[in-house]
Design a protein around this ligand. Sequence first.
Ligand code: CP3
Length: 346
Amino acid sequence: MQNSRFLRACRREPVDATPVWLMRQAGRYMSEYRELRTRYSILELIKSPELACEVTMQPIHAFDLDAAIIFADILPPLEGMGLELEFLKGEGPIIHNPVRTAKQIGLLKVPEPRKALSFTLEAIRLVRKELEPRGIPLIGFSGAPFTLASYAVEGGASKNRIEVKKLMWNEPVAWHVLMNKLATLAGEYLLAQAEAGAQALQLFDSWVGELSPADYKQFVLPYSRKALQIASKAGVPLIHFGTGTSGMLPLIHEAGGDVIGVDWRTDLATAWDQLGEGVAVQGNLDPVALFADWDALEPRVKAILESVKGRPGHIFNLGHGILPETPVETVRKLVDFVHEYTQTRA
Ligand code: CP3
């Protein structure tokens, strides 16, 4: 297992072909997933270890992927803090009681993930049994403190993130308390997932690109670093992912991670030059490119692979999660193409 392409690439060791997995690889673009969703809500799928295991395995059965990611979401950990989470049809997640004052933040609990998130830890144990004979490693994950804070403070999706930024600037002491709690929870949750069997861990900071580099450095970096430091006790590779990070890649790296996830708004080779040779990189195809005809898509995939050719430590992925309407046949072709193209050129 430690010799799998994916784990070797995380450690920047040479590989026989470039490993590939896709963020949100289990989800609505697959008919198998949609079928289960007619019977269960997303939270029911996540909270039943058997169902979460089944959904995690759906893309593994369908495609030649080099890693699985546990089926869960970044938001259930907030429930253990005292926040009321609901996924509304067509609208995404909402938090019914967002926190906006020092008093509300003071009341938030830091749950023990081994208790509050035992369903995901149990799902990890089940998935590992399925993946072991296939030699495919499992990725665990957590939302990063800033992205979690965005949901906890805004109460849901938000265009300009006015509430979370107001809190950060106007109430730095309360912000510190909130981010410390989220960093401890994220770090301990990642660590618990590795103890349960996850062989790599990804920190998702999806909304961090909304910040200026200076604000990132002052208000966010110390907490992402704290979460990753706690997780690093597990001794497994850490992937640090954000979108819109082209102006702050060295800071993202400074916060930690053995692998840095890069979106398509940054040229991958340029990003890697900025980060230096000491890290692996993951990315970075535009998820919308999967809607293009293969003749238009192939040169874009090739360009990414060519741009980092010869540098050990590239994990092919999208620059953000796969979209719900993505054609399944294109996904299959993409995964096979990455392997074939990088294998034959060696
Ligand atoms: O990657 C995987 O296959 C593992 C599963 C996974 C989900 N969410 C399942 C999910 C992962 C890694 C996530 C991460 C996540 N969740 C992030 C960070 C990554 C990113 O994409 O930016 C964020 C911001 C969330 C929060 C979230 N969950 C939103 C905004 C939504 C609604 C929007 C949407 O895509 O529907 C979700 C719901 C969600 N999480 C779905 C899935 C498969 C769709 C739910 C459904 O079946 O209706």
